[in-house]
Structures are given as C-alpha cells and as structure tokens.
Design a protein around this ligand. Structure first.
Ligand SMILES: [Zn+2]
Ligand SMILES: [Zn+2]
Length: 834
C-alpha cells in the first residue's frame, strides 16, 4: 500500500545508494570515440533499445562489426536504424540472420527502400572485391533479402509503442530518410540525433528540435568536433572553382562519393551550374553508380519529404517536360548534364571530365580504380566532399603522399602488378606516384561545431552523450561544452564513452500513480497546506510503467486481478480451563465479547472492518468439521477473531490473516494460554461445562476500569507499532492560561481562573500542569497521553481528545486510524462514561 512518491529528478550530488532500476545504462558497441560501425545500447527500467547497427568502413569482415559479443542481443526490445549509411545500417542483416536478436526493427520508409538496394549492392561488391577471399563473409545476399521483411517502416512524427517503449522519428537532414529518434521509457526522454545537419540544403529539410518536449538525455554525433564549416554559399563557390580549375588545366576530376545521399546533393549543384554556364556543357559529368540509378525512383517517390527548393524544381521540370510533350521525363532528379556510367569498360577516357564514383572512402571499386589511373598526372584532381574515416584511402590521400598503393591492378595501370593475396596475406604492394591535386570541401551534411553546440544548448538536456566522432574531435567538443557549464547553475553532464565502456547514470523520474475506481471519488484537498494533505490508502498496481492506486475491491475491475484471502486457524486443547473461564478471561482482556452462532465464520462482510475483499470461502469451509456439534460455543472477539470452544477442551481460533487481525489473534492466544495455566483453571475445569447460564456469569471486568482500558489501548497500539510506547507525564497545556477551558465533550467545567505571571512562569507552569493532571484524573484519564516511537518518528496521542501529533503525516494518519479503531472496538475510553 502506498500513495504518490515524489523524488527529485536527478540523483543528488551527495553519494546516496542508487536503486539500480533508477539507472540509465548506456553502452557503445561501436561508434564510441570513432566514426564507423555505429551501435549503441540503452537500458532503463528493464527495457533495452539498440540504436543503429553499422559496419566500420576501414575494417574487413568480423573486425568491421560492432562489439556484439559484449552484449546479449536477445534482450533487445527495439532496434532503431537512424539512416541507410553503411556505418549505421550494414550490420543489420548480420544481427537479424546471425545473432540471437529477437527484437523489432524500425526505420523510416525511404531508409528502408534505399537500404534494400544498398545492402544488396554492397554484398555483391564485397563478393567481387579482389580481396574477398580474405574476408569473412558476414552475410549473403539471400540472408539480407530473407531478413528484409522483418524491418518495419515508419513515418516522421509518428509515435510508436513497443513493449512500453515509445519512439518517434524526426527529420535529421543528412540524407534522405535520416531520422533522429525520440525515445521514451517510463517517462525518461532520450533524443538520439544519428548523423544530422542543420544547414540549408538543396534537397533536404534540416534537422528540427522536437518542440515542447523536455529531453533528459541527448545522444549526439560529434563528427566535426568544434571545427566550423565555411558558409554553404562560399563552399559551393569554392567547390565549383576547384572543379573548373582542374578542367581548365585540361585535367580530369575524380569525386569519390558514397553512392547515395550526398552524391545527389552534389549532382544538383553541378547540374545547376552547368545549366547556367554553357562553356562547360561540352565537358561530361559522369555518375558511375548503378546503385544510384536504381535508387533514383526512391528519390523521385519521396520528393514530398524533401524541402521547398526541390519541390519548386520538381514543379518547374514537370511543367517543362509537359511542354516538350515528354511525360516520361521530368522531375528534379532527371538531370540534364549528368550521364550515368554503367562500368569502366564502356568509359571513353579521352579528356576532361568530372566523375562521381563510389565508394567514398576510395577503399576499392570504381573510385579506387580511377584514382590509381589518374593519380600520376598532375593535371588531374581529386575532390573530396565527404567525411573521411580514419584508416581509409580517402583520409590518407588528404595528406598528399608521394605515392599510393595500387590494389586494383586494372588494365589502365598496366605494368604494375596486381596485388595477389599470398599464403600469409603479406604481399609487397606496388606503389603508384601521386601527382594529382587533392582538395576537400565538406558537403558531408554533419553539423559543425557551432551548429552542434547550438542544438545541444537548445535541447538543454541535463545529460549529453557524445558518439560518432574521432577521439580528438570529440574531446575538443567535450571541453567546449564543459566550459559552457561555468555560467550555469544546473551543470550539464557530458559523457564520451569508448566502445564497450558502460555508463550508468542515475536517473529517477517522478513517479505518479493514477487514482481509479472508488478512491477517485474522494475529492482531493483544496488547500495547499501540506498538513492538510489527504492520505489515500489503496493498492498500488504497476503495469509496466503505469501505476494506479485503487481500492482492493476494485482490483478485479481495474487491474483484472483476483484477490485471495488467507484464513488462519489455530487448534489447541485446554485441558484445565473450561468454557466459562475462557469466556471470563477473554472478556477481561477484550471487553464485552460477542457470542455468535457456532457456524459463523470470520467474514469480511458486515461484521468487521478488518477486511480483505469479500471473496467467499463457503466451499472450502463446507468440508470442515467446525460447528457440527451442538455443544459448541463461538465468540467473536473485536469483530475479527472467532474462538470456538468445542467439547473436551478443544478450542479453535480462526481469523482472516492480515497484520491487524494477526496481532489480535496473538493476543487471544496469549489469553487462552494464560488462563490455562492460571490457578482458577483447575477449579473451573473441575466444575464441568456450563452452557446455559454463561450470559449471567459475565466477567465483572467486562465493564472495566479506566486503567484497564488504558492498558488495553496500549496493548492495541503495541500490536500495531511495536514496543516503544511510553506514557507522557506532562500534560499538554493550552497556549494561554485557560480562562474557562472546556473538556473534550464540552461537559465538564473548568477549575478556577488563574492569572498568568511571566516572572513566576516556571512555578506557574508546574502549578498549571498539576492542575491539569488533577482535572484529567478527575475524568478518569490516568496519564495525559502516550508517545509512540516508530523508527525515527515520534507520535504523541493525547488521551482526552485523542488528538495525534506527529511530524510525519503518514505516521500521524496511521496512529489516528488505529486509535480511533481501538476506541471503537477495544473498549470505550473516557469519552463515554460507564
Ligand atoms: Zn551518415
Ligand atoms: Zn555516420
């Protein structure tokens, strides 16, 4: 039983033991202090979410995977894929086909559409790759296609709930379909940015800050650390200047790109420039990607998910196409100056040209082949536009090395031996001189330092976790963010975990329980005074993270639960004490006791307040032998414990088990054992049984003295609150000297008046106390009150008024309830004269 529990939102700075269920666990299986193989685990309140499943572009085979061995993937409830890039999505077929993962997978519709082609293409490229025999094949095309149907596609701004985990994708910029995920577990809100961008793009809408949502944890990429991009317009100008510069000197331009995503943005830039500059229109721009050609239909389909620029372009082009009577053509992705290149065999490499080719990291494939072919000529140039991952050729070549290893062995690099995989894998690689120019203009569509910092400040989450960044970039951003803490009262916690380094962040969210059923009909207290707060008692039912407070009677209707009542029964044989003595002793302790029919049961209906839920036990009871014999007598004690006296000294004590009744039953048993060993017992038992006159032979103490009542009250309180119950010796005095104090019932008049004199305060106090004690004794109250100690709390009960004083509201209400019940059921106290 509990009421609403309030906790501060963040664990305090003071080291206090943290309930492990209040900890958020975060684990990077990949993408920790690195760019590549993004994969993060979040665990909170027993729920597990996996974010992304990528491969590292600089490694091959199993080494390219996230550290899946470090976590039991079978425990993952939901896997969310932020976007289709291989460093975020290409380990997914492996997860689905080769691990014990059993959760559900979600990504946006465009991501799913492109993912299908992209993975298929990468599996084929891998199997064709010259070093394929050295690789461990992570999954086959068949495995990719057979697991594809397990992926569920969702739309931006739609909220989904799986196993009580709520998540919503928001546009992230970056590439078509890229999503930020807002994840909510038990009220804790986590925003994962994935890769994101916020600048004005030619086709994508930029990442948005979820509106009106207080984020608790932000997991953000940190690819560019604190470095800043030059403004977009300047960057476009510089890119065009670099490309035209190479063309003007008679060279060829190689732009290594990832087949999908940013390549489409570059094509829009180039096509637009060519359209406006007829002098370049004789120079071909090739896009060497069959994959991109296949995926163009996806780009055309999702024009509506792109920005206003592309929608305007779409309308213009469609109108032009219609005018020309060419309805099959048109749309922004129907480029006018871009030619697609199916393969290099068909490529007539005769002069100046621009070629966009994948892969973006120059690891192998068409882009690598062209690099090896063109690198020795100083008129040619490589223009890098993406983010170059550590350990790849794209990264190496930016340092402008004198030579690069030749791995493709194409006809165009005749005379240079093909790299053959030796038995031991160690082969001398032939080198090619590099004389071509290398320039970099970032169109990677990741936020720069300023944009990221702005976004982090805007989200204002108390906890920020940095991922997807090389260590030094990440550390610079981390110190920058930490330095912003100087001006803040609530310091932001910044984490930058390495792979497999587990974070545990204490995080408790305010727990709220909905009051339902009959309890909801009790109006809440209107006053804001905490002393006036109403205490509601019921059963707290937790269903996942939803808590409801209800009366036990409502459990079946509101929680679909059935309740059970435990009936307790104690058999004992009293060889000495007879029925009369038993009754006499019970009356002596509990006051007048009720004699009931021998077949009665201790029920929860009507006769007693100490109830469970009223489930009938007729069937169970029917088999029992209780109450068959006519010479049985039964007493109901305090409305909850039945003592059945059956012939031959056989006594059965029965009660419905609960803390209150158990205490009373203990007291009843104690009385029975005491009476059995008392000297009177022998005498009584020798007289045999009396069935007829026991009503007249009432225990004279059933109308007990006030002292006796007091001791019963103490016994009752002890049963509830433990043994630390002491009488209060000093009476409670009214705040001012009483002029005409009136007792609780308003019946009794006050002794004579007294003048209050501060100089004789002490003496007066003693006098007043003595006077008050006298008054209390005169109305039969032995001591002014009792003090009850429970743990660190102390409650005072003033016997005359039954007023309870206690700093703890909860204890006060409990004591009050018990005292009231005691007065109702144990014996009337002094308020009622006997
Ligand atoms: Zn990306
Ligand atoms: Zn990435």
């Amino acid at each position: 039983m509990a009421a609403k529990r309030k906790l501060s939102e963040m664990a305090p700075e003071v080291e206090e033991p943290v309930d492990p269920t209040d900890e958020l666990m975060f684990l990077c299986l990949g993408g920790g202090n690195e760019v590549g193989r993004s994969c993060h685990i979040i665990q909170y309140k027993g729920k597990t979410i996996m974010l992304d499943a990528g491969q590292h572009p600089a490694y091959d085979g199993l080494a390219a995977l996230p550290y899946f061995d470090e976590f039991d993937l079978s425990t993952v409830d939901v896997l969310l894929i932020s976007h289709f890039h291989l460093d975020h999505a290409s380990a997914l077929p492996y997860v689905l086909a080769k691990t014990n993962f059993r959760g559900r997978v979600f990504m946006t519709h465009p991501t799913k559409a492109i993912y299908k082609w992209l993975i298929q293409d990468s599996v084929r490229v891998q199997s064709l790759s010259s070093s394929s025999d050295q690789r461990t094949t992570l999954y086959t095309e068949a495995e990719h296609l057979s697991t594809f149907s397990q992926i569920e596609a969702i739309d931006y701004h739609t909220t989904h709930t799986v196993s009580s985990i709520r998540f919503t994708p928001y546009p992230a910029g970056h590439v078509l379909g890229a999503a930020m995920f807002l994840v909510e577990i038990a009220g804790l809100k986590i925003l994962f940015t994935g890769d994101y961008s916020r600048e004005d793009d030619r086709h994508l809408i930029s990442a948005e800050v979820p509106k009106g949502i207080k984020i608790d944890v932000l997991i953000t990429e940190s690819t560019y650390g604190i470095s800043s991009h030059i403004p977009r317009a300047e960057r476009e100008t510089a890119l065009i200047k670099s490309i035209t510069g190479i063309l003007n000197r008679g060279g060829r331009v190689l732009m290594p790109v990832f087949a999908l995503g940013r390549a489409q943005e570059l094509l829009l830039i180039l096509d637009d420039y060519w359209a406006r500059h007829s002098e370049y229109q004789r120079i071909p721009i090739y896009y060497a990607s069959n994959l991109a050609r296949k995926c163009m239909v996806v780009y055309q389909t999702y024009v509506s998910a792109m920005n206003d620029n592309i929608k305007r372009l779409f309308r213009e082009r469609m109108a032009e196409a219609e005018e020309a009577g060419n309805v099959d053509k048109g749309g922004p992705w129907d480029f006018r100056f871009i030619r697609s290149l199916k393969n290099l065999e068909r490529f007539d490499d005769v002069g100046g040209c621009v070629v966009l080719a994948s892969p973006g990291m120059l690891q192998s494939g068409v882009s690598r082949e062209l690099l090896e072919r063109w690198a020795p000529n100083d008129r040619n140039g490589v223009v890098i536009t993406g983010y170059s991952v550590e350990g790849t050729m794209a990264k190496q070549i930016m340092n402008e090395p004198d030579s690069i290893p030749a791995i493709m062995g194409s006809r165009s690099t005749a005379g240079i031996g093909r790299r053959g995989p030796g038995v031991d894998g160690e082969v001398e690689r032939p080198m090619i001189p590099r004389r071509c120019s290398v320039q970099e203009y970032s169109f990677a569509a990741h936020v720069d330092g300023q944009e990221n910092q702005g976004f982090i400040e805007e989200i204002a989450a108390p906890v920020v976790i940095l991922v997807h960044g090389e260590k030094h970039n990440m550390m610079r951003l981390k110190s920058k963010l930490l330095s912003l803490n100087n001006d803040k009262t609530a310091k932001t916690k910044i984490f930058s975990p390495a792979n497999t380094e587990e974070l545990r962040i204490p995080f408790t969210v305010e727990k709220t329980a909905k009051v339902v059923g009959q309890l909801a009909q009790i109006p809440p207290s209107k006053s804001s005074d905490p002393d006036d707060e109403r205490l509601i008692t019921g059963v707290l039912v937790q269903n996942d993270f939803k808590m409801s407070l209800m009366a036990p009677e409502d459990l079946r209707e509101y929680a679909g639960l059935t309740t059970t009542t435990i009936m307790c029964k104690q058999n004992l044989t009293l060889s000495a004490a007879g029925l009369d003595l038993v009754k006499w002793a019970l009356e002596g302790t509990f006051g007048a006791i009720e004699e009931i029919g021998a077949k009665s049961k201790p029920t929860s209906n009507g006769t007693t307040e100490f109830n469970g839920n009223g489930v009938s036990h007729d069937e169970e009871m029917a088999d029992e032998e209780v109450g068959r014999s006519p010479d049985q007598t039964a007493f109901l004690i305090m409305g909850c414990v039945i003592v059945r006296y059956q012939g031959n000294g056989h006594v059965i004590v029965e009660w419905e088990g609960n803390t209150l009744n158990d205490g009373i039953a203990d007291a009843v048993l104690a009385v029975l054992f005491t009476v059995e060993s008392s000297p009177a017992a022998v005498k009584q038992s020798s007289r045999g049984h009396q069935h007829t006159h026991h009503r007249e032979e009432r225990n004279p103490h059933s109308n007990v003295s006030r002292d006796e009542r007091f001791s019963r009250l103490c016994m009752f309180l002890e049963a509830q609150f433990g043994p630390l119950i002491t009488p209060i010796t000093h009476p409670k005095l009214p705040p001012k000297p009483p002029k005409s104090a009136v007792d609780a019932d308003g019946i009794k008049d006050e002794p004579e008046e007294k003048e209050y004199d501060p100089e004789e305060a002490e003496q007066t106090l003693a006098d007043l106390e003595a006077e008050e004690m006298e008054r209390l004794h005169s109305i039969g109250i032995p001591v002014p009150g009792v003090e009850i100690k429970v743990d660190k709390n102390v409650a005072k009960v003033w016997l005359e008024t039954l007023e309870v004083e206690c700093a703890s509201n909860v204890l006060r209400e409990r004591v009050k309830a018990v005292v009231e019940r005691a007065v109702e059921t144990v014996a009337p106290l002094w308020g009622q004269r006997s």
